[in-house]
Design a protein around this ligand. Structure first.
Ligand SMILES: [Zn+2]
Length: 325
């Protein structure tokens, strides 16, 4: 059973907001664009893993997708964790393209793609490290951890996996995503002793869910030109920024599209860039609204909490405001 579904990565939402709202120097622009495309490809690979995991009978497993757990002044991240009464399995998803030569004896992976060679840290070592961090986290919280296995899932269907050193770890611990279910079974066949009771598993699951801290990039540390942010409401149809509020709708001056709720995305961009608090004056300026009364009407119709009164009133996202959806 699935105890935690994968959330849409907040980092992608933040990167998109930055690329939408700032004119950046070409170097930073291309850096953030390639980071965004890497993150999108990574998320696609993780979804692929979720799909293949959902295809096998997983009734004996408690499954938690996408965990980021604080431990020893840092965090460790797990793409998918399967917990049974006899063992745990960590699965790390990689979406690398091209030919992948694994050299675990030297702790690296060599990717050859379109004639270009690139070296990455060994994903088996990374996943092994996650397993030892999880073990130490469980011990710290007074659990006796069961054996923790780990697996690297390569989601890119065109990728060629090679094992030049004929290394046993690569054979056992690396596979294409569609083969994950069979690997789960072969790990499962190794363990017969019940180490965790259902009660233990429930407690561990609860602890992991409670400890999970999604990663959000820290905008102030990114040296963005905060005084040059592009304000206005973006057209959901043609992406032009600068829709105008006419009667009950927003109208796009470029393509003529009408929207009733384009203010939500604009407000979300504001919260992401400047932090989760806004005054009606800031809202008026950021969304290019002609009157503060109209702003107050729009704000009061949204799911926001507010503190203070009159001009000092500050609005923050309410429980159901779609900040990260
Ligand atoms: Zn438009």
């Amino acid at each position: 059973m699935i105890e935690k579904y994968r959330d849409f990565p907040r980092e992608i939402t933040v990167l998109k907001a930055i690329l939408r709202r700032f004119t950046l120097n070409p170097q930073l622009q291309s850096e953030l664009e390639s980071k965004l495309s890497r993150k999108l490809a990574g998320y696609k690979g993780e979804r692929e893993l979720d799909y293949h995991l959902s295809q096998f009978d997983h009734t004996r497993f408690y499954i938690l997708h996408d965990l980021r757990i604080p431990h020893n002044k840092t965090h460790f991240q797990i793409d998918s964790l399967l917990i049974s009464d006899t063992f745990m399995l960590i699965i790390d998803s990689k979406n690398y393209a091209g030919t992948l030569d694994f050299y675990p004896e030297f702790n690296y992976l060599l990717q050859t793609f379109n004639g270009i060679e690139k070296v990455y840290p060994d994903p088996i070592l990374q996943t092994r490290t996650q397993a030892s961090q999880l073990k130490s986290f469980l011990i710290k919280h007074h659990f006796s951890p069961p054996p923790i296995e780990f697996l690297v899932s390569i989601s890119n269907s065109q990728a060629i996996i090679r094992n030049p050193g004929n290394n046993q770890d690569v054979r056992i611990r690396v596979c294409k995503t569609p083969a994950v279910a069979y690997k789960v079974q072969s790990f499962s066949d190794k363990y017969h002793n019940e180490i965790l009771s259902v009660k233990d598993i429930r407690k561990i699951t609860k602890l992991l869910l409670k400890s999970h801290e999604p990663y959000i990039p820290d905008i102030p540390s990114m040296n963005l030109p905060m005084d040059q942010v592009q304000t206005g409401v973006q057209c959901p149809e043609c992406q032009q920024i600068g829709m105008k509020k006419i009667y009950g709708s927003w109208i796009c001056g470029k393509c003529g599209h009408l929207s009733k709720d384009a203010q939500i995305d604009a407000l979300r961009d504001f919260f992401i860039i400047f932090g989760p608090a806004i005054t009606s004056r800031q809202f008026t300026d950021f969304l290019h609204i002609s009157s503060i009364h109209q702003s107050k009407r729009l704000l009061s119709a949204l799911d926001l909490d507010s503190t203070g009164c009159k001009k000092g009133r500050i609005y923050t996202p309410g429980k159901n405001f779609p900040l990260w959806d």
